[in-house]
Design a protein around this ligand. Sequence first.
Ligand code: PMP
Length: 398
Amino acid sequence: MSIFDKFRGVEQRLAELQAEGGRNPFSVVIERPLSSTVGIIEGRETLLFGTNNYLGLSQSPRAIEAAVEAVKARGVGTTGSRIANGTQSLHEQLEQRIASFFHQKHCMVFSTGYQANLGMISTLAGKGDYLLLDADSHASIYDASRLGHAQVIRFRHNDPDDLHKRLNRIKDEPGAKLVVVEGIYSMTGNVVPMAEMAAVKRETGSTLLVDEAHSFGVLGPNGRGVAEAAGVEDDVDFIVGTFSKSLGTVGGYCVSRHPELELVRLHCRPYMFTASLPPEVIAATMAALDDMEAQPELRTRLMDNAARFHAGLNRLGLTTGKTVSPVVGVVLETIPEAIMLWNTLLSLGLYVNLSLPPATPDHHPLLRCSVMATHTSEQIDRAVEIFGEAMARLPASA
Ligand code: PMP
């Protein structure tokens, strides 16, 4: 028995994938981004429709300039954890900035969004507590449940009645009950029915955490996410999110009105035992947040683009999610069809994400696309056209 035997299954799946389509879909290299919407892949100019860069801010001139200035003034890294030598004045400034953006009192900044979920959820819901998770939760949320040892109860995706029923069954148990939902689900683009979820939270006296990873900067009149859009921010105990999507940088955060968030800093292993964000990332993140606040029209354009893309794909007969959001999961029937279509799209100059079961809901393969505010109408129409061309090239058996 070799220590590597456990990898053989994946090795074989990967060989099959490459035999079916010629590429390893998990090793795509963007050789060079030319702008937020176009990159060089395999030496060709390729339209980027799978980057999560919803507002295009990874290429923000203001953020680039801020990063360069910070790196010149402070160096490239902090070489330490937030609770040791890794807190500089910039980290505190960013926490105040994020807290005030969300109209909340407290904020913790993490090195990634993954760590923010891992740390917050595992620290809040420990042994003897209950963690109520949507069946389609992100991997970081499931991993947090393992780190924290709470009892996991899964409820049906986006189903507040099912959540209510499950909370009722444990209402007399002594453990705390933490409910976790996501603003926009990362694979399908489904939006959580937030007002209904908040009502369940109120009626059951549970604690509510929302991961706004894909909805921060995207939903709500001010971009504060799904809780703002649904008008239920007061019902949410903890908002978690990431800088790696709408703000185009890297890092994670949690904001809350509860002063106990400050105590989480000293209980939260994914916060305590890792190096803090480097200065240039913090400076770029604050500048990108300035951009986001100064240009609310980016959100309008994003939603217009999302609607145009959904409509175009639906006209081709493709199935997308029920809600129009910038995350567009094109649902396909078979894995070979998904692999062939994905490969043909890339050969024709369109990059999207290939998502395969078991990482997808309902065991359907998905071509997961993400729309950006900076896509032009011509780019959206061209992407739809490429989908049409790629479908026409599929063999009848696929
Ligand atoms: N939550 C969700 C729903 C996500 O989709 C992601 C990233 N894919 C994360 C959290 C983690 O974010 P980050 O990339 O900052 O680690």
